[in-house]
Design a protein around this ligand. Structure first.
Ligand code: SDX
Length: 393
């Protein structure tokens, strides 16, 4: 049953497109993937199943699930020449440009899956990206720490394989911590899609030119890199560490935010759509407590984050502006406890968001009416004027 929601004309005018993938009610703090509440999917599903749901529109049968997971498993390896690609980057490169460059380069290695109107090629590029982005991310990490790359081990699931390629060593066996794997799977579910956010709109916009999936996703990765978007999860940790260096003085930091000191924002707070508590943040906050406890990471930054949230939620400045914690406020603490360096947090956001980006790209190409129409503008520049030679200016 199609969910018909009554839209006020003002909303319809600002809508970039129609889509049947994700529904958000910002005032009520509701998020549903293909009609399923995020709370239910977080509690009962897994990232592979949610990826299938977002891309194909329905929860898979056991047979469909097994076939999808098997197809992904068979594509986790990168072309050997692509491995040399990482030699070209400095070790201290930020992993997001490495990720977007490597994804764009995939189109040069896999030229048999570039046609956006050939169903088999779209399926192949879909599965290749879902399978290879974790491998690319793990290799970007290994390059940054000067350690050897590990080939994927296809006896493992997608998340376990990623953790092993990231933190494992060729010299010794690596046991994936089930708490870590379950927590990361959950975080990927919570990041999997979010309607027309900046990076998803970028993927749709680039795809509307009939650019291939790899090129469109590479553009989305670059949009996500921005500190106001996916880069916020790293910025939250840097903010908390700054408060910690200042003796944990939350009050003076909040004062600086309210005084609008240049470059001082409460990162991980506020949202273009949610003017209520981001439902994902509520789930992540609960998980942060559990995961940090189980991983034995008694992180003082969590206490600072809890104090900051408590203070902001009781302060009129934030209440009047409807500023609540968003998906990025607590995620960084969990990623840090897992052992990821801060600059990799946005890479993890990209790994989670990939199925959503792919679903939107496919939806837009399947139904041209859903293409983002070429946006027009209100012109505010000079009226017509005649050219003057340089010696008369
Ligand atoms: C994501 O779109 C999506 O769905 C994105 C995302 C997804 O899943 O794809 O949810 C992921 O990007 C989450 C957002 C992560 N970014 C941050 O946490 C960065 C900090 N947040 C902000 O920069 C800001 O809140 C935005 C950009 C996220 C949203 O901005 P809004 O809601 O459009 O608000 P605004 O910029 O118009 O500001 C309204 C007022 C202003 O004050 P006044 O000029 O009215 O006095 O609120 C203030 C702003 O200064 N404000 C903040 C603030 N966010 C807004 N003040 C302090 N700290 C903040 N974080």
């Amino acid at each position: 049953q199609t969910g018909l929601v009554t839209l006020d004309p003002g909303f319809v005018n600002t809508a970039a497109c129609t889509s049947g993938i994700t529904y958000i009610d910002g005032a009520a703090g509701i998020l549903r993937y293909r009609g399923y509440p995020i709370e239910e999917l977080a509690a009962k599903s897994n990232f592979i199943e949610v990826s299938y749901l977002l891309i194909y529109g329905e929860l898979p049968t056991q047979q469909q699930y097994d076939a999808f997971a098997e197809r992904i498993r068979r594509h986790t390896l990168l072309h050997e020449d692509l491995k040399q690609f990482f030699d070209g980057f400095p070790r201290d490169a930020h992993p997001m440009p490495v990720l977007s460059s490597a994804v764009s380069a995939l189109s040069t290695f896999y030229q048999d899956s570039l046609n956006p109107f050939d169903k088999d090629q779209v399926e192949l590029s879909t599965v290749r990206l879902l399978a290879k982005l974790p491998t690319i991310a793990a290799y970007a990490y290994k390059k940054s720490v000067g350690q050897p790359f590990l080939y994927p081990d296809n006896s493992l699931g997608l998340v376990e394989n990623f953790l092993r390629m990231t933190f494992g060593f060729p010299a010794e066996p690596y046991e994936v911590d089930p708490t870590m794997a379950r927590a990361l799977d959950l975080l990927f579910i919570l990041h999997a899609d979010h309607e027309q956010n900046c990076s998803t709109s970028t993927v749709r916009m680039v795809g509307s030119s009939e650019a291939n999936l790899f090129a469109s996703i590479s553009a989305g990765i670059n949009a996500l890199f921005g500190p106001l978007h996916g880069g916020a999860n790293s910025a939250v940790l840097e903010m908390l560490e700054g408060i910690q260096r200042n003796g944990g003085d939350v009050d003076s930091f909040v004062t600086r935010v309210k005084n609008k000191e240049p470059g001082v924002k409460l990162m991980g707070f506020g949202h273009r759509v949610y003017k209520n508590y981001d439902p994902r943040a509520a789930i992540i906050k609960k998980t942060a407590d559990e995961v940090l406890g189980k991983l034995g990471a008694n992180d003082p930054l969590l206490d600072i984050a809890l104090k900051l949230e408590e203070k902001a939620l009781a302060d009129d400045y934030f209440i009047e502006r409807k500023l609540y914690p968003n998906v990025d406020f607590y995620t960084g603490l969990i990623y840090k406890a897992m052992g990821f360096p801060t600059k990799f947090f946005t890479v993890l956001f990209a790994l989670g968001r990939l199925p959503g980006w792919i679903a939107h790209w496919r939806e837009m190409l399947e139904d041209p009416a859903r293409k983002i129409s070429r946006p027009r503008q209100v012109y505010t520049g000079s009226t017509e004027r005649a050219y003057k030679p340089i010696n008369q200016r």
